[in-house]
Design a protein around this ligand. Structure first.
Ligand code: 5GP
Ligand code: MN
Length: 347
């Protein structure tokens, strides 16, 4: 935890104490780690007496995360999608901005310009590669950690308000952090470090109800989501001789299976259960782009492939990006570039 030094914690707490209008932001299309870390940060700011705090999201979160989101009072949560003016006004009025789970402002979608133009002091808490630390008054950035939620957990544990006692965390923050870490590790399936298990153990001891979390994130989905999963595996998934699996989900299928935001969470991992598959790519048609998710097994770099061919990046084995082309051309593009990648860059 190289950035969690006494000096940095002092600066972090000092920035919070001096702030009157803090705003918490995270990446667009927020996942469990984005919602978990930003909601936990919101509750910690409240605990520090910062009642005039807002959480500004670019998009609403998937339904299975509402149990976390709903712990933030409705009048303190602003979703830009549908409340453009309000979201921009809160960002403009912020004197402290806490940025969670993203390495670059462009990952916040339509909030990007407002955040980069903001004169607020800024704090970064993130676990992606290569953030521009000069943009922040203080940055906590670490890649060898499970999640932004875990990084925030260790920062808060080092703060005098918590003093290393997880039971002192606001209970909604503790639950949010456990949820973010659990979803980003795929329920302890990847990116698990000794510190990750220590965090889980501390939070369980502090009374976090992990059974409830698992029920919310794994057992409350719709029937159509499970049928969509079956359709993808049976009809859409292609497996190449180079050990790449790919799936292209167009709008027609998304409507047909009543797909909601977050419904495909975890689907990109499924083909990695095949022995010969080293990398899996899921392409989803969105309004103005094709969204790409890539996962790889150890020894194959999803990050490099995303950077080279999909206008993106991410972590070594979990990355993403986007394509700008008609959905009808995506299969051919992926097949061709996956072949080039596996034969020319992964040899
Ligand atoms: P997901 O597949 O869950 O959407 O994204 C996995 C990871 O890939 C994210 O945590 C993020 O690090 C990265 N990622 C996803 N989309 C993009 C993108 O458009 N650009 C960059 N640089 N990284 C992305
Ligand atoms: Mn994350």
């Amino acid at each position: 935890m190289k950035d969690i030094t006494p000096d940095n914690i002092k600066t972090f707490i000092g920035l919070i104490e001096e702030a009157e209008h803090p705003v918490v932001v995270t990446h667009a299309k927020p996942d469990g780690d984005a919602i978990g870390s930003s909601v936990a940060m919101f509750h910690f700011l409240n605990m520090c007496g910062k009642q005039d705090t807002y959480l500004v999201l670019n998009d609403n979160c998937p339904r299975f995360l509402t149990f976390i989101k709903d712990t933030v009072p409705a009048d303190r949560l602003v979703i830009r999608d549908g409340n453009e003016n309000e979201a921009m006004a809160h960002i403009a009025a912020a004197d402290l901005m806490i940025c969670l789970d993203f390495h670059a402002f462009h990952r916040t979608g339509a909030l990007e310009n407002a955040i980069s133009e903001s004169k607020a002091r800024k704090i970064l808490i993130d676990h992606h590669l290569d953030p521009d630390r000069t943009l922040y008054d203080i940055s906590f950035s670490q890649n060898d950690i499970s999640s932004a939620s875990e990084l925030l957990f260790w920062i808060l544990m080092a703060a005098p308000q918590i003093g290393g006692k997880a039971e002192k965390l606001p209970s909604a923050a503790a639950t949010a952090l456990m949820t973010g870490m659990t979803t980003d590790t795929n329920n302890f399936g990847n990116s698990v470090y000794p510190s990750t298990l220590n965090m889980a153990s501390d939070l369980l001891r502090a009374g976090v109800d992990r059974d409830m979390i698992i029920q919310k994130i794994c057992q409350e989905h719709s029937e159509s989501r499970l049928r969509l999963k079956g359709f993808i595996l049976k009809d859409l998934m292609k497996v190449t001789e180079d050990g790449v699996a790919y799936m292209v989900l167009d709008k027609k299928a998304q409507y047909g299976y009543k797909m909601q935001e977050g419904d495909t969470e975890g689907f990109v991992n499924m083909p990695l259960s095949i022995a010969d598959v080293r990398m899996s790519i899921l392409a989803k048609e969105d309004n103005d782009r094709i969204r790409i998710s890539i996962r790889s097994k150890k020894g194959t770099s999803a990050n490099r492939c995303a950077r080279l061919f999909f206008n993106g990046g991410g972590h070594e084995n979990a990355a993403g990006g986007k394509l700008y082309m008609p959905v009808g051309e995506v299969e051919e593009y992926i097949a061709r570039h996956a072949h080039i990648y596996m034969t020319e860059y992964e040899k």
